[in-house]
Ligand binder design. Sequence first.
Ligand code: ADP
Ligand code: MG
Length: 284
Amino acid sequence: MSDIKTTDTMLEVRDIKRDYELPGGFMKPKKTLHAVKGVSFKLERGKTLAIVGESGCGKSTLARMITFIDEPTSGDLIIDGKKMDTRPGHLTSDMRQKVQIIFQNPYGSLNPRQKIGDVLGEPLAINTDLSAAERRNRATEMLIKVGLGPEHYNRYPHMFSGGQRQRIAIARALMMNPKLLVLDEPVSALDLSVQAQVLNLLADLQDEFNLTYVFISHDLSVVRYIADEVMVMYFGEAVEYGTRDEVFSNPKHEYTQTLFKATPKADVESIRARIAEKKAASAA
Ligand code: ADP
Ligand code: MG
């Protein structure tokens, strides 16, 4: 291997901001809330950036901007080398497909009347001219990739557990071969043992498809497990940004120091042990 460093940036965010206009009331003027106040970072292909911070600090707002759900007030978004035109109606469907989002609660984003096979086949039906049989094959393959099986094809969302539903949401997100996944608290609603399984799945899929992840979490033990890089947000700003080891071993900002003190080390050790156990069990 040569030691010339090549960079392959998947996502670059430059000084991105998002304001919300809050309605005024009787004798009260309108107010502007600065939800994200100029955040910048670069993320290499195949890597995971974890974004941490307390509720309300702007993580989901940032996630929505990166995935084109919410338009930035200002700043640039460069995805796979292309500067995005984020104005409504200016994004090509090709660009939209490159970036997918996974939410905390997959149930909310699954149509209760739609069979799982159809949930997975839908993006193909909309965006490709594959035959029904080919769509069915692709959906079945993807069910298997996320640890479900062909027997699940004709079932409805309510027939699955929380962890299985999150697997379905992941499978649907992957149907159009995206390059970047934004995961907004994807395991926060799951039991601890199920969290570890879904995290392992995400790690395997990242390797298999060379996916880039922006992984939002308030759980430092999860972040320690999955992140290559970590950004800590505080009131709309990035107060810390570096490699996982830098941020964990030498947090610079007072907020990060307090945040890290509040998480017992035992949590980190126990989740690591659990994940190692699962890996050993599934390899056996
Ligand atoms: P987090 O995901 O870190 O909990 P959010 O991005 O959801 O934070 O919220 C950041 C701030 O922006 C909060 O003060 C929140 O109340 C506000 N906010 C988020 N979405 C909206 C919206 N659609 N309209 C007005 N304010 C919003
Ligand atoms: Mg949020």
